[in-house]
Design a protein around this ligand. Structure first.
Ligand code: NCD
Length: 464
């Protein structure tokens, strides 16, 4: 199996088999620990970190050095020409001429995708705003598989700041694809973005159940420490065709509380992504401590965390055999060694002996046009770099018509659709709107915008 020349921007850029291949090569890399390999001798990794990082940057750099390659880097936009207004595209074009592979962390969502489009060499996303962090997911999955031998059939709880915690987004997709049941316990107001939940159901075809009424469960309550609920159960995702058909059970909360969870993946409050108006919710943040781990639902639960931790994991559980977070961080070097060697084409990975879960990924239609609607996420790279990025969306829902930005995954529902051939526009609910092929469509937010672009209202709209 070769991954030569590929980029890893989203965890969905690699198939389940490819992930297995990366992880099995990581095992070999781990065994070679200490002995410097020369697989990537003469190769250069550009390490571009425009947001703080300890583990991800240092483990990438250590990985490249262990592979015999070398590293060049920038750790702050202020020290690069981005601060002079250079575009990510131009920077990527240039760095792609100096290095054989690029690792980039940037606060704009979709920044790594743009870099990958222009660099001409493999690009690895080391975190783009609150969007995704695929290599952390590889470390997470590696850790769980090492401890439990499998992912399929496990029940994994994602907990804390699921809104801005990018690691939980990539991890949720991967867990769904490998057949785990996912329980989302968020700190109030920090539930998973709708686009993450929608992808799970529309692209991985699983069942998403949202509890009605008071979103409490005993695990959520336990995480509240003194009984004060500081975690709510947002949703439970169940893989299609799951054997214990959780999807049919009326009270999912009770079911999960009864069965317990196999891993609790905690995240810190991503305070740096909050606008001042949102304030500090740290006081009501969930905490895992000795008392919580005594609960029967968490008896066998591994405790994972991408780190850095604040107060959400009490130091008193560090020595508990279920606490996996330091091991998880340590795996970062081997996993990233495997990934770099594969993307540079210096290694082939063994294809998995047996097929894992049949991956259900539905490919939706792509819509691209610089005439109409743009993404509305202020953190999206296509908004910041609108001068050269044409809006691109996947059509991810029909009733109502919903577009999802290919850069940051944010969803929007445009109001009007124009037919490129007839130059007539319709309200999206108009039955005739649904008859226009996506390739002939231009979506608009308002009639004024449609008219500015030279589109005329449909006859029905004119009569009104
Ligand atoms: C995470 C990140 O940067 O998203 N850290 C990491 O890479 N291990 C998690 C975090 O910062 O909370």
């Amino acid at each position: 199996m070769s991954l030569a020349g590929r980029s890893l921007v989203s965890i969905n850029d690699v198939s389940n088999g490819e992930v297995e291949g990366i992880l099995s090569l990581a095992n070999k890399m781990r065994d070679s620990k200490g002995s410097k390999l020369d697989l990537c001798q003469g190769k250069i990794l550009a390490s571009l970190f425009f947001e703080p990082s300890t583990r991800t940057r240092l483990s990438f750099e250590a990985a490249m050095q262990r592979l015999g390659g070398s590293v060049i880097g920038a750790v702050d936009t202020k020290t690069t020409s981005l601060s002079k207004g250079e575009s990510i595209a131009d920077m990527a074009r240039v760095v792609g001429k100096y290095a054989d592979i690029i690792v980039i962390r940037h606060p704009w969502e979709g920044a790594a995708r743009v870099a990958a489009e222009y660099a001409g060499v493999p690009v690895i996303n080391a975190g783009d705003g609150s969007h995704e962090h695929p290599t952390q997911t590889l470390c997470d999955i590696y850790t769980i598989k090492k401890a439990r031998g499998k992912i399929k059939g496990l029940t994994i709880a994602l907990c804390g700041d699921l809104k801005y915690g990018r690691t939980t987004h990539s991890l949720a997709y991967m867990l769904a694809r490998f057949g785990a049941t996912i329980v989302f316990y968020s700190s109030p107001g920090l539930g998973p973005p709708e686009y993450v939940l929608r992808k799970l159901t529309t692209e991985y075809n699983g069942v998403l159940r949202r509890p009605t009424g008071r979103n409490l469960s005993s695990v959520a309550l336990a995480l509240g420490g003194s009984g004060k609920a500081s975690a709510t159960l947002d949703a439970i995702y169940v893989t299609p065709g799951t054997s214990h058909d959780l999807a049919l059970i009326p009270d999912l909360r009770a079911e999960v509380d009864l069965k317990g969870v196999d891993a609790l993946y905690m995240t810190r409050l991503q305070q740096e992504r909050f606008s001042d108006a949102q304030g500090d919710t740290r006081k009501a943040y969930p905490v895992v401590d000795k008392g919580v781990l005594k609960r029967k639902e968490l008896k066998r639960a591994l405790v994972l965390h991408p780190l850095p931790r604040l107060d959400e994991i009490a130091c008193e559980i560090d020595a508990d055999p279920r606490s996996m977070y330091f091991e998880q961080a340590a795996h970062g070097v081997a996993v990233r060694m495997a990934l770099i060697a594969l993307l540079l084409g210096m290694q082939q990975a063994e294809a998995p002996a047996e097929r894992t879960l049949p991956e259900v990924v539905t490919q939706p239609e792509i819509y691209r046009s610089d005439l109409g609607s743009r993404c509305e996420n202020p953190a999206c790279v296509s908004v910041h770099e609108a001068r050269y990025i044409a809006p691109e969306f996947v059509v991810c829902g029909n009733k109502p018509l919903t577009l999802r930005c290919v850069y940051c995954d944010y969803e929007k529902q445009p109001n009007y659709v124009g037919n490129l051939k007839s130059r007539i526009y319709y309200a999206c609910q108009d039955i005739r709107a649904g008859q226009i092929k996506v390739s002939n469509s231009v979506f608009f937010d308002s009639e004024e915008k449609a008219q500015e672009r030279g589109f005329r209202p449909s006859a029905k709209a004119q009569q009104r």
